[in-house]
Design a protein around this ligand. Sequence first.
Ligand code: SAH
Length: 190
Amino acid sequence: MRVLGILPFARKLLINAVSRGDIVIDGTAGNGHDTLFLAQLVGESGHVYSFDIQVEAINNTKTRLNESNCDSQVTIIQAGHEKAKSIIPTMDHGAIAGCIFNLGYLPGGDKSVVTKSVTTLTAINDIFSILKKEGIIVLVVYHGHEEGKQEKDELLKYVTAIDQTIANVLTYQFINQRNNPPFIIAIEKK
Ligand code: SAH
């Protein structure tokens, strides 16, 4: 298949928006795959703020970064992404080039701890306000579980209503797959 799958497409969007030396956010550290990817993308001169509420995710992310010698350019924060704006130093506000969220639960972890629409929307709204021009927020939306469906509906309602003069908003989705496959919402600041 030549068409990009969901995760490769999410990364492609970030690659297009983020350069060495940039400041970026992983809103859901999870097992640390995206935090590591972002750390490699921005390099030692850049910085990644990586959030998760679960200690298991924080530890998995720390281990992964450590194994790849990328710890120096990452701040791992055990807090909800809805607090990102108050936690990220004000000198970095307006300089965020990219942000990724992998919604849902921690793969291999506690399936009862999931992202929730209210906090996800607060995070998107706040992080959008500190993006730089042409900075992007990429959301990978998993909606196979019960709360996931509600989160998806709320998210789509919210992003569809974003004024087109301030952002480009897209979805990327395989529409002939069964069993609620994940899809992408991306918001690029104009
Ligand atoms: N990107 C990860 C997968 C993330 S899974 C990977 O590549 O492995 C989703 C994560 O969101 C879980 O680890 C969960 O603990 C976290 N999470 C749930 N609510 C959150 C919140 N309000 N703020 C930050 N993280 C949250």
